[in-house]
Design a binder for this molecule. Structure first.
Ligand SMILES: [Zn+2]
Length: 164
């Protein structure tokens, strides 16, 4: 099932043999450290799936080939959007506390959760916006476009860590 990968015994991960970056579809990979690894989990412990010869796994790391430039764009976009979020959220929280007597408890609590949720969501969207501006795929696209990862998901693997 996993043909185009080399299993790195030491790091316990599948490293792609593909050398073209999956995010810009142009650059050649020069260093494995730029590769983006996606963790996959089996949700049901009893059915640890066999993916590589006869070895069983309940957690897998699958590498998506990424060039140094795309890695930098991904990393910087996250930093930039977090910075913006960290500037906006405290201002909104400040306003919320300032108007607490006007709003009342219910609206205050609703507002509080709206800001927290909006902060997480907004930061995520902002990251995608910055990445899109550079005309490359974002991390989510990379995972969605990866045939091996999508096949594993169809086989019962999950991108979310199963809760104990
Ligand atoms: Zn690239």
């Amino acid at each position: 099932m996993i043909n185009n990968y080399i299993f790195n015994e030491y790091e316990k991960r599948f490293e792609p043999k593909e050398t073209t970056c999956a995010y810009c579809e142009e650059s050649q990979i020069k260093n494995m450290k730029d590769t983006h690894f996606v963790a996959l989990y089996v949700t049901d412990d009893r059915t640890n799936l066999i993916v590589y010869r006869s070895v069983k796994y309940s957690t897998l790391l699958i590498g998506i080939p990424r060039c140094a430039s795309c890695r930098e764009i991904h990393d910087k976009s996250v930093v930039k959007s977090r910075l913006i979020t960290w500037m906006i959220v405290p201002v909104l929280m400040g306003l919320l506390f300032y108007y607490i007597s006007v709003l009342g408890v219910f609206l205050f609590i609703a507002g509080f959760f709206a800001i927290v949720t909006g902060g997480f969501y907004g930061s995520h969207k902002l990251t995608q916006f910055f990445v899109a501006k550079e005309n490359i795929y974002n991390l989510q696209d990379g995972t969605d476009n990866d045939r091996v990862i999508q096949n594993l998901i169809l086989d019962g693997w999950s991108l979310n860590q199963p809760s104990a």
